[in-house]
Design a protein. Structure first.
Length: 214
């Protein structure tokens, strides 16, 4: 009877070793730094490839802020927002009113107002502080940056350092959108606009095209 019990104990002990020992090896290998699984490697490679960096946006033909320089203007005495003329003005009147409270930040007497529209996504409008008119580019609903790396902050550092996807200055009529327009991956890059009257006209674009599926 004792021999039988001893045999059972031995079998149980061996079974425990079979469970514990491999676990210890795995833990040890994890501490040393085991290479990620093939799927993890593929995901890491893909995201590293898709990341948009400052060098991807470099474009010698792109306009600069000095090309559209304007002189200083007196601050608007009673900045306001026209909440009736446009759908953006009606829908986001509170956001726009709060956004212009600090005064002009773009092109002399305009304010660029940005608000979130989801994860890594922003919508915006430009408000003429003298007339209250709300201006947005045609067919642009949002600017997103899922693949926008931190290094993109190095792009156009002479621009207003506000929201990550926007570059503008108080003494220039140039406005640059950086990222993905309307969450369309075929429209990634830097897009250059100039305000003329109460219109934002696109004058240049630097598209970023990356084939990361190979």
């Amino acid at each position: 009877m004792r021999r039988k019990k001893s045999k059972v104990k031995l079998i149980a002990y061996l079974a425990l070793l079979l469970i514990v020992f491999p676990s210890m090896l795995c833990a040890k290998e994890t501490q040393k730094g085991v290479r990620p699984l093939p799927r993890e490697q593929e995901a890491q490679r893909y995201f590293a490839c898709r990341e948009i960096k400052a060098m991807d946006l470099k474009d010698e033909k792109a306009p600069n802020f000095q090309d559209y320089h304007i002189g200083p203007e007196a601050p608007a005495r009673h900045p306001r927002v026209d909440t009736k003329t446009t759908s953006i003005g009606r829908r986001y009147r509170t956001v726009l009113r709060n956004g212009i409270a600090s005064g002009a930040n773009y092109a002399g007497h305009y304010a660029v107002v940005v608000w979130g529209c989801g994860s890594s996504c922003s919508s915006f409008a430009v408000v003429n502080l003298k007339t209250g008119q709300v201006v947005v580019p045609t067919d642009i609903r949002s600017v997103s940056g899922v693949y926008l790396g931190n290094t993109v902050e190095q792009f156009l550092p002479e621009g207003q350092q506000g929201p990550w996807g926007f570059r503008y200055r108080l003494d220039s009529r140039l406005l640059v959108l950086v990222g993905t327009l309307n969450e369309d991956e075929n429209r990634e890059g830097a897009y250059y606009f100039v305000i003329e009257g109460n219109r934002l006209n696109q004058i240049h674009e630097t598209r970023v095209v990356k084939d990361c599926n190979r």
